[in-house]
Structure formats: C-alpha cells, structure tokens
Design a protein around this ligand. Structure first.
Ligand SMILES: [Zn+2]
Length: 241
C-alpha cells in the first residue's frame, strides 16, 4: 500500500518526454496537487523527435514542446517543471546524467518519486516501450537509491552545492509489467484530457482524444475491480524501506 497522502509533502516525476506524465498519470497527479502535494516534473529530453506537422522547422520543436509541457502541467496544478535538455532517442544510463537527477532529488527532497518502469511491459510493447522510457526508469531509480541518500556518492553535490543526502520513501512506476495499485481518476478525467490537449503538436490530430483515452485505460478499471463507469490509472508502487 502507498503512503497515506498526509505523509507526502512533495513528489518528483522523472520522465523521458513531454506528455509522458500527463498521458500515463495525469489524473493521479491532479489528485495529488488537489490534496496539497507539491509536484515537480523533471524531463530528461525535449521530445525533439515528436510532432506531425512537416511545416514546423525541427529546430523549433524543443521550445514548442517545453511550452506545451508547462501549459499541461499547469492544468494539473504543477508549476515546477524542469528540463535536462537531452536529445530524444539518445538516453543512456550513464553516470553524468544520473548525477543531474540526484541533484534534483536532493533539491526537491520528495517523499514520492514517479518514473517509468525500467522493465519492459510486453503487453504494451508496441505503443509504450520507448527505449528512453526504460533508461529513464533505470536512471531515476538508481539516482534515488543508492545515490541520493549516500553522502559519499557524487560528493561534489554536497561539497560544492550544499545538497545534503535525501532518502525517497516510495516509487511509483509507469507501464510496469506488474501493476499493484490503481487510482480512480473519474473525477479528474476531464482535466487529464485538457492537459493532453495542451500538447497540441502531439494531440491536435486526435479529435476523439477523450474516447481514445477511455478505451486505452478501460482495462485498468477491470483490473482495479471498479464499477465499469469508473476510470483508473495503474502503477507499480514500491516502498524504498
Ligand atoms: Zn515518452
């Protein structure tokens, strides 16, 4: 079982691309901010391979996608959105990038960290198993444990920036092959759709976005044993105890 919301002051969402968090956890994040949890997004890439309009210069895409992500996050109650500016499709689980994530973990000091599962989910391989997702999960989890809590890991962060060790209490994993927790998002589903529409370069061509999303997350409703008219998002929650 996850920590009670009353024990979570801050949550950090570490994702690969603009729109990852909103597609997979937008309803849950809206519920968190509604309950007073301060949520920070950390995006490793700018999603610079995304979009569909051949008339948009590719060099404009990173700024467009960052602005869309800021707008979408604001709809869900998230104002702290940070970017590491890596190129889409190039992520590797290296030491330098891990340190950048440790820095943000120690700055934000979250009790809860939401990221991609570092395991493939073969059920959704074709639609959701981008290599950047898996690498992001591996980086974020390794940054949280053991690095962020160990004063002797990345010692320059403590020495030069005064960033003290921090232990994240709990991980929430997206697209896990073994989900074990479901959040009923029926009451905030409309805001999730609004947030997705804010990613205009990705979703403008989908006029039936709400219907598509209902279909996509319908299996979660059954798995969560909720009544058929409810909508749910799925996670694997792991205690870092
Ligand atoms: Zn993605």
């Amino acid at each position: 079982m996850p920590l009670p919301e009353s024990e979570v002051e801050r949550a950090l969402v570490v994702i690969a691309h603009p729109d990852d968090a909103d597609f997979w956890a937008g309803g849950t994040i809206a519920a968190w901010t509604d309950s007073g949890i301060a949520v920070t997004y950390l995006l490793l890439t700018d999603g610079d391979s995304g979009g569909f309009d051949p008339d948009v210069p590719r060099t404009d895409v990173p700024a467009i996608r960052r602005a869309e992500q800021q707008a979408a996050a604001a709809i869900l109650g998230v104002s702290d959105v940070r970017f590491l500016g890596q190129r889409e499709g190039t992520l590797v689980a290296g030491f330098e990038l891990r340190r950048e994530i440790v820095r943000v973990i120690r700055q934000v000091r979250p009790q809860r960290l939401l990221t991609w599962s570092p395991e493939w989910n073969w059920q959704r391989f074709r639609t959701s198993c981008h290599a950047d997702h898996r690498v992001t999960g591996e980086l974020a989890l390794t940054a949280a444990y053991p690095d962020a809590g160990n004063p002797f890991a990345h010692p320059e962060l403590l020495r030069d920036e005064g960033l003290a060790p921090w232990k994240v209490s709990e991980f929430w994993l997206l697209n896990s092959p073994s989900p074990n927790h479901y959040v009923d998002i029926t009451g905030v589903f409309d805001r999730k759709i609004q947030a997705l529409q804010a990613h205009e370069s990705q979703t403008k061509h989908r006029d039936a976005l709400a219907r598509l999303m209902r279909e996509r997350i319908a299996p979660n409703t059954a798995a969560a044993r909720l009544p058929a008219d409810r909508l749910a998002e799925a996670f694997q929650v792991v205690a870092n105890a």
